[in-house]
Ligand binder design. Sequence first.
Ligand code: IPM
Ligand code: MN
Length: 350
Amino acid sequence: MSRFVLLPGDGIGPEVVAEARKALEAVALRFGLSFSFEEHLIGGIAIDTTGDPLPTSTLEACRDADAVLLGAVGGPRWDDPLAKTRPEDGLLGIRAALGLYANLRPIQVHFPAASPLRDASGVDILFVRELTGGIYFGPSSLSDDGTVARSEMVYSVPEIERVIRVAGEAARRRDGRVTSVDKANVLEVSRLWRRVAQRVMADEFPDIDYEVVLVDAMAMYLLSRPKDFDVVVTGNLFGDILTDEASMLPGSLGLLPSASLGDGPPGLYEPVHGSAPDIAGKGLANPLAAILAAAMALRHSLELPDAADAIEQAVNDVLDAGLRTADIAGAGPSASTTEMGDAVARAISM
Ligand code: IPM
Ligand code: MN
């Protein structure tokens, strides 16, 4: 029995997680697997219900799970900049508490026509974003008079080593190339990152092609020559920004899953998109990112590659058959969130 904890969260989170669950149930039936599902609160809904964006009961359930599937957190309702606690604290808290230091964000272009680039066919990048350190978790403060604030970017040697190893190992399963992105021409913390990355790659991954790129140049190269990259590894903030930029290469955020992994179970799986409050509850959300995140859970946490392949194949099949949610429909007809989820579940069962 594999145990899933579902954290639907806010906005479109519940709608897309429900469709991901359908896909998992269909794959369980087809392969004779047994999955259990437990739902818990996180984010804004958890603040409304318990006052805490990451209730202890949620964290305890996640620690006992094999994989955690999260929808999204946040929304305008909880956007007060002076609020003591925010939905996002729930997400940052769970990443830190579960030690999920490596965030894998694959970027593949399925329909070049949906891309804002002239020719994006063949783009296939795996971002490895460091997720539990850097400026997100460094010391920060606001002066007593409220006129000066600081947030420090901090990385230690072991934090850099372990995420570089994740990138090197991923490259061995892919095209054998790693690009490390930093700002070593300005930041001391990036100079350490670069030294450590270079050493780990030379000592432990001599078979992998390795290069370094400055983050501002990388922002440009993602648009000018995205096909040149295989695995891209970088720190928390640069990874946050570059993966949102890269998510536009396929033309819709609605297609992109991610996996956040530590040294043991559970892994946390989520769509890269956020809570999209403007379309929440309207059946417009694309569930494919969440469904593909469920496939990543099967691959990375449950070691069920055939079941993962079956979900990914089903997604490709429904797309090939022409089914489109509004975000990728262009001027054509569009399917609702549940129509898309049902079609994928049917394709899995066939
Ligand atoms: C992401 C999101 C989060 C982040 C927010 C919601 C805290 O933007 O997963 O990329 O900045 O890491
Ligand atoms: Mn982000």
